[in-house]
Design a protein around this ligand. Structure first.
Ligand SMILES: NC(=O)c1ccc[n+]([C@@H]2O[C@H](COP(=O)([O-])OP(=O)(O)OC[C@H]3O[C@@H](n4cnc5c(N)ncnc54)[C@H](OP(=O)(O)O)[C@@H]3O)[C@@H](O)[C@H]2O)c1
Length: 352
């Protein structure tokens, strides 16, 4: 076994100057990231060594390499927070060498061999595609936390998911259906209807990109809610988008005392009239699954087990949107650098 492995490394922060201050125009990520040889990691107590087959790349990875993410590792560091692969060595009762797993870590995922805490490594059910699981942590964990813990979604609930063609949005559509809920999916353009429709959404409606579109969307969601047996409105909204959509449509379609989980704000943040929240007696909640998981480790393990159960019985079937070879890893980062990354973007480290 070789003493060195290949890994992506970030050598400087693309968006910061030498004194750590933000610069107006970040240098291109391809100037700060490279595929290098580094010493092979060794296992440690309570940890698991995983041969990475696939590594997820998402917006936070690009942001972190720019130095604009909350966690700024010492340089140089190996980026990557989610992988799928096979166990090489485990100091853990629930894992053995050869197990197919997903693993989550704060950094270090884009490498041929990764080390992760045993509590953040889970066996992937037989028959489930490892590539499709490479971003399970970042897409399915926030979606399930929002639906189950914050939204209180149960069989028969009516859930509205916007940004539904994206990574978290698709996971939310599939998981809500697996939980027995009815789902209205919102997308910005008709071309984006197909993924949430394939994921089982009961209705897929377009909100466009302006106030006229948002108003039409509001009326269509109201009609669809009535048709689906919820004339008072939607029980739970999972909002990835915010911007003007929040006030123009989401606060109007929620039923009295319904819940709105704020997951992301891809369209930016806009002021709202809090009186609308009052009138609807709506509950508006910020969703940070990782914060909840740190305070409720047993609850988090139960949630992950339930997600993996849905994978095992075929109730959810994550799919890969883009598969990029290890040598071409920079393409994955550049998609997010240019705000063109969407959904499940996966780097293939070793096929498996
Ligand atoms: N709270 C948490 O724990 C947590 C965890 C993971 C991610 N997030 C956040 O959740 C949001 C969704 O993440 P994701 O991984 O699903 O992202 P994604 O795959 O890029 O999807 C985002 C979706 O948002 C919509 N969108 C609307 N306006 C947009 C804009 N100006 N730029 C980009 N997308 C826009 C897009 O759908 P349409 O074009 O159809 O509108 C897109 O499909 C992000 O804000 C992310 O930071 C939060």
């Amino acid at each position: 076994m070789s003493d060195v492995i290949r890994a992506v490394r970030c050598h400087r922060y693309a968006g910061l100057d030498d004194r750590g201050r933000p610069i107006p125009t970040p240098v291109p990520l391809r100037d700060v990231l490279s595929l290098d040889e580094i010493p092979r990691p060794r296992n440690e107590p309570g940890q698991v060594l995983v041969r990475a087959h696939y590594a997820g790349v998402q917006y936070p990875d690009a942001l972190q390499a720019q130095g604009l993410y909350q966690h700024k590792p010492d340089l140089p560091y190996v980026p990557g927070m989610d992988v799928s692969g096979t166990v090489i060595e485990a100091d853990a009762d629930h894992l053995r060498a050869g197990d197919r797993v997903i693993a989550q870590m704060s950094i270090g995922g884009l490498a041929e061999v990764v080390r992760a805490p045993a509590a953040s490594v889970w066996r992937v059910p037989a028959g489930v595609d490892l590539a499709a699981c490479a971003n399970l942590g970042r897409n399915f964990f926030p979606a399930y936390h929002s639906l189950k813990i914050l939204g209180g979604v149960t069989a028969g609930s009516l859930v509205l998911v916007d940004g539904a063609s994206g990574g978290v949005g698709m996971a939310a559509v599939e998981l809500a259906k697996a939980m027995g809920a009815q789902v209205i999916a919102g997308v910005s353009t008709p071309e984006k209807r197909e993924p949430p429709a394939a994921g089982g959404a009961d209705r897929v409606l377009c909100y466009g990109a302006d106030r006229d579109g948002y108003r039409r969307f509001k009326n269509e969601v109201r009609e669809a809610s009535a048709e689906l047996g919820h004339p008072a409105g939607v029980d739970v909204v999972l909002d990835m988008v915010q911007g003007d959509l929040f006030e123009a449509a989401l606060l109007s379609v929620i039923r009295p005392r319904g819940r709105i989980c704020l997951v992301g704000f891809t369209a930016g943040q806009k002021p709202i009239r809090p009186g609308l929240v009052l009138i609807k007696q709506a509950v508006v909640m910020g969703s940070i699954w990782a914060g909840w998981a740190a305070e409720h480790p047993d609850g988090h393990q139960r949630n992950v087990a339930e997600i993996l159960g849905f994978l095992a019985n075929g109730a959810v079937r994550p799919r890969v949107d883009r598969l990029i070879p290890f040598e071409g890893f920079i393409e994955a980062f550049e998609l997010f650098e240019r705000n063109r990354g969407r959904g499940n973007t996966v780097v293939c480290v070793h096929e498996g």
